[in-house]
Design a protein around this ligand. Structure first.
Ligand SMILES: [Zn+2]
Ligand SMILES: [Zn+2]
Length: 303
């Protein structure tokens, strides 16, 4: 399988330094993720769900062919965001527009050609029959991480469409202009990380990058520091005994949350969204200790 190119390392004082952020490449992101979901599905307890997500990611890839180009905010707004250390595509201020609507329509019609379970099919029909106002309300629930528990299945389609839309926007930004916003906050859309990666990229080996489920950006973040509250006081790690040791839960005693850490140095195929879903067993283990998930992944909300 082809992998996305490594981020451009910059020479700083004779030392190769990685860029602070790695922007998504929507033309490969979803195709690679689909492949990963399909690989993970084999012999997995969640096989039907992982195969559904593989199909959904393929559709996220395919739908882009027929979409019009997305438009970034005005240059003035982007430079103001940078000046005030605000996310340039702030999801909390984002108003779902016609381009989002077109992405959701396209995604719904592409996924309707796939074999769906009765539950997924009913959820898809709900989205397709919803009027513009109801769809925008669903988009707003996804963007504010407040998906209602009784309507998770519908929102998975809406979240998938927004991922495509935001990744297409983020992919057009200039990585050199990206600045850190705050602990636990995506520097592009202002959302929380889904999980984090210890990467093996040239010039950045062993560095940690947090991964955003919405816009697909990855950003550099100190290791052994809580990805939610930024505390370094009481950070410990848990993993499944006898497992491959490639995914650990970084647990914070201060804010009582955990975020997964995926080790690319042990397995370069780990995907921050797909492997987050497939390692649900680790969530169940850590939750027994009373901690709650700090990472936000719309494909894991029902679990
Ligand atoms: Zn983001
Ligand atoms: Zn914390």
């Amino acid at each position: 399988m082809a992998h996305s190119p490594r981020p451009d390392p910059a020479m700083i004082g004779g030392v190769v330094r990685p860029s602070f952020a790695r922007l998504p490449q929507p033309e490969t992101l979803f195709k690679e993720r689909a492949h990963r979901f399909r690989t993970l599905a084999a012999e997995h307890d969640l096989k039907p769900y992982l195969l559904f997500l593989a199909d959904l990611c393929e559709v996220q890839h395919d739908v882009q062919t027929d979409l019009l180009p997305v438009e970034l905010p005005a240059a003035d707004d982007l430079s103001r965001a940078r000046e005030f250390e605000m996310p340039p595509l702030d999801r909390s201020r984002f108003t779902p527009d016609a381009a989002c609507e077109a992405t959701l329509n396209g995604l719904c019609s592409c996924i309707s050609m796939r074999a769906l379970t009765p539950t997924a099919d009913a959820a898809l029909r709900t989205v397709r029959n919803a009027d513009a106002a109801a769809r925008r309300a669903m988009m707003e629930s996804v963007l504010s991480d407040s998906i209602p528990v009784e309507a998770i299945a519908e929102h998975v389609f809406v979240a998938a469409a927004l991922q495509v839309h935001f990744a297409r926007l983020a992919g057009q930004l200039d990585v050199k202009n990206i600045v850190a916003v705050a602990d636990g906050v995506c520097p592009i859309c202002g959302g929380p990380p889904a999980s984090s990666l210890i990467v093996d990229w040239q010039g950045a080996g062993g560095a940690r990058f947090c991964a955003c489920a919405l816009c697909g950006t990855q950003w550099n973040y100190i290791r052994a520091k809580c990805c939610v509250c930024g505390s370094t006081k009481d950070v410990t790690y848990q993993e499944i005994e006898g497992g491959p040791g490639t995914i650990k839960a970084e647990c914070c005693g201060e804010c009582r949350t955990y975020v997964k850490v995926l080790h690319h140095q042990q397995d370069v195929l780990l995907d921050p969204i797909a492997d987050d879903v497939a390692s649900l067993g680790l969530d169940l283990l850590v939750r027994e200790t009373g901690l709650r998930r700090g990472g936000v992944n719309p494909f894991l909300i029902g679990y």
